[in-house]
Write a protein that binds this ligand. Sequence first.
Ligand SMILES: O=C(CO)[C@H](O)[C@H](O)COP(=O)(O)O
Ligand SMILES: [Fe+2]
Length: 225
Amino acid sequence: MRPSLKIKIAPSLLSGDFAYLARDCERMVDYGADYLHMDVMDGHFVPNLTIGAPVIKSLRPHTKGFLDCHLMVSSPEKWIDDFAKAGADQVGFHIEATNDAGSIIDKIHKLNMRACITLKPKTPVDDILPFLSKVDQVLVMTVEPGFGGQKFMPEMLEKVRTIRKQFPELDIQVDGGIGPTEARLASSAGANVFVAGSAIFNTPDPKKAIEEIRRMGTEGFMTDC
Ligand SMILES: O=C(CO)[C@H](O)[C@H](O)COP(=O)(O)O
Ligand SMILES: [Fe+2]
């Protein structure tokens, strides 16, 4: 049976202009974005450095948008309190960055945020399955984390299929190289939350790009899983 999951679009602000972050966030909300995807990189867990909780805190009064923070950091447990105080709505952390995913999920929930667990392309899906009954969302990376503008890895969709079979009501997010075509492929495998950076910001009409990703994601949902 097809679950009653909402298709959600999460523009990645990594492809926006950090000098005009609040403006870009509000534009995305006006254009129909469900989440604002904030890529947090520490230059250690991934070979790139972006923003941290202080930026989320400064941004919070300027947008009512849902702040979906994707932490690509070592020792994520150190930063959960700061993101809660900053006003994050959802915190995602990488399974590869911790030996105690269960405690991190509990901590995120205790601070009234939604919890998301994430895995890199080389990490087997079996590593996260034991935690999925505790989280609000799972993020299947479809590129190596660290940079926007990379090519979608279709072989990651097998992980999406495996998860969808076992967790029919869970939000499954995909991130990396997603445009309308990839959204359709991923949704057919069972994904319902689509992160897109380049495919939204690097087009003359970002509103249309969001609508197109939503249309293709909705059309294909669960037709191949
Ligand atoms: O987590 C990320 C990179 O690690 C980004 O969210 C992702 O790459 C989005 O950018 P694009 O849609 O351009 O691939
Ligand atoms: Fe991301």
